[in-house]
Design a protein around this ligand. Structure first.
Ligand code: C5P
Ligand code: MG
Length: 163
């Protein structure tokens, strides 16, 4: 059995009046994330972690942000396509761990909902999905409420490495 890990990272600018969507969950907030798609920084980091473990490229290769087709896109579509490719390459997804770095609002009350939504999108059990939250201690672009950031780590296993 072959065990692999993948890493993902993403950042988005924050702006007044934009929606704040994390892991597919809409969070009430005066500021939201700006981007070509729905700017779901957490889903984007996890998508890259999934692709990374299987060496299948990155989110921008699959869904270029220059393509009008992906304007305002639901990032669950990106995540699902990454899952499809990873499974097609013969891997199973063992777990996903992640961290969102956002100064405000407090996210911990949304943890379960975000985990449930991600688990359903990825198609794995709830106890295989971890989402953590940090502030940036008021320092740098994230700490000054100008950006959000997310990191993700994912473990995958492939039963037959000659697949
Ligand atoms: O960044 P800091 O270590 O101060 O965060 C403390 C805790 O606050 C985190 O462990 C997390 O549970 C919570 N938190 C949160 N929403 C954020 C940032 C942090 O719920 N946006
Ligand atoms: Mg992104």
């Amino acid at each position: 059995m072959e065990v692999r890990t993948g890493l993902g990272w993403d950042t988005h600018r924050l702006g007044w009046g934009a929606e704040l969507i994390l892991g597919g969950v809409r969070i009430p907030s005066d500021r939201g994330q700006l981007g070509h798609s729905d700017a779901d920084v957490l889903s984007h980091a996890i998508t890259d972690a999934l692709l990374g473990a299987a060496a299948l490229g990155d989110i921008g290769m699959l869904f270029p942000d220059t393509d009008p087709k992906w304007k305002g896109a639901d990032s669950a579509v990106f995540l699902k396509e990454a899952v499809r490719r990873v499974l097609a390459a013969g891997y199973t997804i063992s777990n996903v761990d992640s961290t969102v770095i956002l100064e405000k609002p407090k996210l911990k009350d949304f943890r379960l909902k975000i985990r449930e939504t991600l688990a359903a999108t990825i198609g794995i059990e709830l106890d295989r999905v971890s989402v953590k939250f940090k502030t940036a201690e008021q320092v740098g672009p994230v700490g000054e409420l100008r950006a959000s950031e997310a990191e993700a780590d994912r473990k995958s296993t492939r039963l037959n490495s000659s697949h």
